[in-house]
Design a protein around this ligand. Structure first.
Ligand code: HEC
Ligand code: HEC
Ligand code: HEC
Ligand code: HEC
Ligand code: HEC
Ligand code: HEC
Ligand code: HEC
Ligand code: HEC
Ligand code: HEC
Ligand code: HEC
Length: 303
């Protein structure tokens, strides 16, 4: 009769065998060797087996090919080394020249979202795929709308401060992310925008501003960022400047007074006539269709 302890062992071994079945399937791939030391008790853990990269049934994945070696290189000297003499793996993704690690990823990820990687700002500035991606995490934070921006703003401090301004896109709320407007792998547009022009990018979500309008407002059909700060602003509606000053950067000499409006003329001051151009929605009190109008008599964007 088996002792209680022996029975315990039998159950334990059966459980291990079951749990390890996928790993044994990789034995041919030689990963067992790596996993001998890099098991679940060690960084980085085995979470990678739960990700799309771990899908052994998908013949395109690393674990259907050479396993750990698909990314880290064969690393035989490392695996066969000992405590006192263990050379680094062939590829650690910490190399000073990011292109070494990137080349591993690009053996599989050519085309599609990476079509414009070569020549992109990130590629030119030695940014690694692994600066943004964490293939060992069960869920890669940069692919998660609610966590992506945290990854980006480790480097982009200007956008980090814009993100906390009072008027901004709902990024911190997780409703959208930087990649709503940008392709982090590069694009043919300036600032790696997701679409060819600023307006096409904005209009993916703000379709009501797309036009064509019967009466176009030239700056609005040209470039939304003439008036808006896409990353955030201290002014309402993410405007770059408050009205009426925003409008007056271009409209000074029309039949409205051709001098710039200032703080004078508010109710109680000596020139109450200026008030309607200053208060509440200022110029937009009357010109409330600044993005363009489809009204037959909307030439002045008043309707
Ligand atoms: C005999 C144990 C052992 C085996 C087998 C082994 N490693 Fe390691 N590995 C280590 C230890 C210990 C470290 C800790 C870093 C060090 O000081 O070398 C490490 C570190 C690493 C690192 C991090 C290196 C860095 O500089 O950030 C990677 C990547 C790695 N191993 C990959 C692999 C791969 C891939 C295999 C299989 C080809 C493998 N290891 C096999 C023991 C092992
Ligand atoms: C899809 C490519 C890919 C595969 C496959 C892969 N790794 Fe990694 N590994 C990376 C990248 C990228 C990093 C560096 C960034 C990070 O830690 O996420 C890394 C980092 C590591 C580290 C260092 C972690 C640390 O925090 O210091 C070890 C150890 C490691 N890998 C071992 C392995 C082992 C063992 C396997 C096989 C079970 C494996 N890797 C499979 C891409 C991969
Ligand atoms: C051996 C080929 C191969 C290598 C090497 C490889 N990948 Fe992948 N990767 C794949 C496949 C296949 C998928 C699954 C794609 C799919 O489902 O359409 C994938 C998926 C991904 C995904 C999406 C993951 C998700 O959770 O949806 C990311 C991000 C990614 N890879 C980044 C990387 C990075 C970064 C590297 C280098 C560190 C790398 N890959 C190396 C083949 C590879
Ligand atoms: C600047 C950060 C950054 C860098 C650098 C980067 N990526 Fe990405 N990657 C992202 C983000 C963000 C997404 C999600 C895009 C989206 O939501 O449209 C993504 C998506 C992906 C996907 C598709 C995931 C899916 O949806 O199936 C793959 C594959 C991928 N990246 C591979 C790579 C490879 C390979 C490299 C290096 C050549 C790389 N990435 C460099 C941020 C980055
Ligand atoms: C490891 C640091 C790093 C990370 C992480 C990073 N970037 Fe960058 N990014 C840079 C550098 C360096 C440049 C080039 C200099 C600059 O414009 O600031 C750049 C440039 C850019 C540009 C301008 C592109 C152009 O063509 O002019 C955009 C847009 C951008 N990054 C978006 C992102 C997004 C979105 C993320 C997160 C998904 C991200 N970055 C993550 C370092 C980083
Ligand atoms: C609503 C769309 C939108 C979102 C969301 C967005 N951007 Fe941008 N970004 C733009 C536009 C448009 C530009 C072009 C330059 C400009 O007008 O500021 C730009 C430019 C940039 C640049 C280049 C700046 C320069 O001075 O050349 C970087 C870097 C950048 N964005 C990073 C980010 C990061 C990081 C995030 C997420 C925290 C983010 N962006 C979110 C629209 C957006
Ligand atoms: C991925 C979708 C998406 C894209 C692309 C996008 N936006 Fe937005 N935008 C939103 C969301 C969501 C809100 C918040 C709406 C709300 O709270 O009602 C918003 C809000 C705004 C607001 C503030 C509205 C207010 O009432 O304060 C302005 C202005 C704006 N966006 C301009 C732009 C500009 C300019 C671009 C292009 C550079 C752009 N957006 C691209 C989704 C997007
Ligand atoms: C000539 C300056 C100007 C340009 C260019 C401009 N806007 Fe606006 N936008 C404004 C003003 C002013 C407001 C505030 C309107 C108000 O208070 O009634 C506003 C408000 C908004 C709002 C929030 C209120 C609403 O009407 O939904 C969104 C979203 C918006 N703009 C998107 C865009 C997009 C997208 C573009 C490019 C197609 C763009 N804007 C171009 C001046 C401009
Ligand atoms: C970047 C410069 C610029 C800014 C800023 C600007 N506009 Fe305009 N606006 C124009 C141009 C150019 C036209 C076309 C003028 C023409 O056709 O003679 C125009 C036309 C107009 C018209 C119709 C006038 C006409 O003669 O057809 C009105 C009304 C108007 N803008 C109001 C505003 C208001 C209100 C604001 C502030 C929210 C504003 N504009 C901001 C450049 C600008
Ligand atoms: C009290 C209402 C009101 C306010 C406030 C107002 N406007 Fe007007 N604006 C008008 C009317 C009415 C017209 C003429 C409309 C028409 O002819 O159909 C006009 C015409 C214009 C024109 C066209 C001028 C031309 O020569 O045809 C421009 C440009 C303009 N306004 C800009 C502005 C700017 C900039 C502000 C803010 C500083 C502003 N308006 C504030 C009512 C207003």
């Amino acid at each position: 009769m088996k002792s209680k302890q022996q029975r315990g062992w039998t159950v334990w071994l059966a459980a291990v065998a079951l749990l390890c079945a996928p790993m044994f399937a990789m034995a041919e791939a030689g990963d067992i060797k790596c996993l001998k030391c890099h098991d679940e008790t060690n960084k980085p853990g085995l979470h990678i087996l739960q990700t799309p990269h771990g899908m052994i049934g998908d013949e395109r994945t690393p674990f259907a090919k050479e396993g750990c070696a698909s990314c880290h290189g064969a690393s035989l000297d490392h695996a066969d080394g000992d405590k006192d003499n263990r050379p680094a793996p062939d590829v650690t993704f910490r190399e000073a020249d990011a292109s070494t690690g990137n080349a591993q990823c690009l053996t599989c990820h050519v085309g599609e979202q990476n079509t414009h990687w070569q020549g992109s700002a990130h590629q030119r500035e030695n940014v690694a795929c692994a600066s943004c991606h964490s293939p060992h995490a069960a869920s890669d934070p940069v692919l998660d709308k609610t966590m992506q921006a945290e990854v980006c703003v480790t480097c982009h401090v200007e956008q980090k401060s814009a993100m906390v301004k009072p008027f901004r896109h709902p990024i911190r709320e997780g409703e959208m992310s930087c990649s709503g407007c940008h392709n982090p792998h590069g694009s043919t547009a300036d600032a790696a925008l997701a679409k060819t022009t600023v307006n096409q990018t904005c209009n993916m979500c703000h379709a009501d501003k797309r036009g064509p309008f019967l009466w176009e407002h030239q700056p609005a059909s040209e470039d939304c960022t003439i008036c808006h700060s896409p990353h955030g602003s201290v002014h309402q509606a993410q405007l770059k400047q408050r009205g009426p000053w925003l409008c007056q950067t271009c409209h000074m000499a029309n039949f409205h007074p051709s001098t710039a409006y200032s703080g004078t003329g508010l109710p109680g001051a000596s020139r109450p006539s200026g008030a309607q151009q200053m208060l509440a929605k200022n110029c937009m009190n009357c010109h409330n269709q600044v993005h363009g109008s489809n009204h037959p008599s909307g030439a002045r964007f008043t309707r």
